[in-house]
Write a protein that binds this ligand. Structure first.
Ligand code: MG
Length: 382
């Protein structure tokens, strides 16, 4: 059966890889809609190749020029938040792929679920902010939430078919980022250094999150929400080679791990083809060449963002949304040379300390907490 997909964030790293999968399996997938933030040129090239019905350019600045170019192709252009929601919930779409970065994906994600689309999610921030609300809505509307984040795809594949009470622990692996073995203070780290990830090629926001280990802090919350497990059953293990993408421990002490090359096309393809597995031509995993895999405990003192993730989840309610918003602001400030690398964690911690958690929360309170935390973080940076 052919699946019609829409991709939010088609010009970013996950979006481009999703389209590579469509290109490999043209009989299985067709592109119904695409959305990008600012890259009008790449979006146009994608539209010409994949012939979607509708395209969204989030940033309205270059919309008029793009619209003119798309008109002869019979492709409609939409813009802004409304456009993004439109692409997410378009009639005829079976799966909406969320490959945007940050809280901007939250509203369209709920729109997609309300419109009864399956959602394939690489955009972890909404799952951190309101994952439990999203899962409840997805259950109610009987749509599938398909994880693309490589660790969660791994956990999903390990957990498949096992009753919950047989599972003791989820173990998220982390490469440890580019500064795992760095000696001395992390304060003087420049954005250009933090943007060099050892194993994965990704966009700037997640690459900085990987360097601070906030990415893993966010992923812990993402796992709690996606798989509905208690926080104390989620552990993090540093594994520099990024070959084991995550694992589970059963109550009898058996472990089940998911292994593969570090290529996002693996989890993206599985999310789109589930429950089937499709043949592809990716490089194979060569364990003989690798020879050894290494593991260590995370250094929570040097990388306080990981513990902040746990703390936000422990506090619950609106706190994960505050953690996420403060992090988005702090990462942007770091990338713009406004704050030091080590100030990222400090700003998040201070913002969290000022927040009064709303334990009983709905989508509205999540949005309010997000706006409040952004303002606080900006004040702290000034
Ligand atoms: Mg990940």
């Amino acid at each position: 059966m052919k699946r019609n997909i829409s991709i939010l964030g088609s010009t970013g790293s996950v979006g481009v890889n999703t389209l590579r999968i469509v290109r490999t399996h043209p009989r299985r997938f067709s592109v119904k809609a695409l959305a990008a933030k600012t890259n009008a040129r790449r979006l146009y090239d994608q539209a010409r190749e994949f012939k979607p019905e509708c395209v969204c350019l989030y940033d309205e600045k270059n919309a008029a020029a793009l619209e003119k170019k798309l008109r002869p192709l019979g492709i409609r252009l939409v813009t802004g938040d409304e456009g993004l929601a439109h692409v997410a919930s378009l009639a005829g779409v079976n799966v909406a792929v969320f490959a945007v970065v940050g809280a901007v994906g939250l509203k369209p994600l709920f729109e997609a679920v309300k419109a009864r689309k399956d959602v394939a999610i690489a955009n972890k921030e909404p799952l951190v902010m309101a994952g439990s609300l999203l899962m409840a809505q997805a259950r109610k509307n009987r749509v599938a939430v398909l994880p693309i984040d490589s660790e969660h795809s791994a956990l999903w594949q390990c957990l498949e078919g096992y009753p919950k009470e047989t599972v003791k622990r989820l173990i998220l692996t982390s490469s440890g980022g580019p500064f795992r073995t760095r000696k001395g203070s992390l304060a003087a780290i420049k954005p250009s250094e933090a943007l060099k990830h050892p194993n994965w090629k990704m966009g700037p926001k997640i690459t900085i999150d990987s360097a601070t280990l906030m990415n893993k802090g966010l992923e812990v919350i993402e796992a709690v929400n996606l798989f509905d497990v208690p926080l104390k059953e989620v552990d993090v293990l540093i594994h520099p080679e990024s070959i084991i993408h995550s694992m589970i421990e059963f109550v009898d002490g058996s472990h089940l791990a998911h292994l593969g090359i570090a290529d996002m096309r693996l989890p993206i393809q599985y999310a789109l083809s589930y429950p089937e597995r499709l043949v592809n031509h990716l490089p194979t995993l060569d364990l003989v060449k690798l020879k050894s895999l290494h593991f260590e405990r995370p250094d929570k003192k040097r990388f306080p963002c990981l513990e902040l993730g746990y703390e936000a989840s422990r506090r619950g309610g609106t706190m994960p949304a505050v953690l996420n918003a403060a992090n988005e602001i702090a990462v942007e400030a770091f990338l713009n040379h406004k704050i030091k690398f080590t100030a990222i964690a400090a700003i998040i911690e201070k913002t969290m300390a000022r927040h009064r958690v709303k334990k009983q929360f709905d989508l509205q309170s999540v949005f309010e907490a997000d706006v409040w935390a952004r303002q606080q973080a900006i004040k702290l940076i000034r």
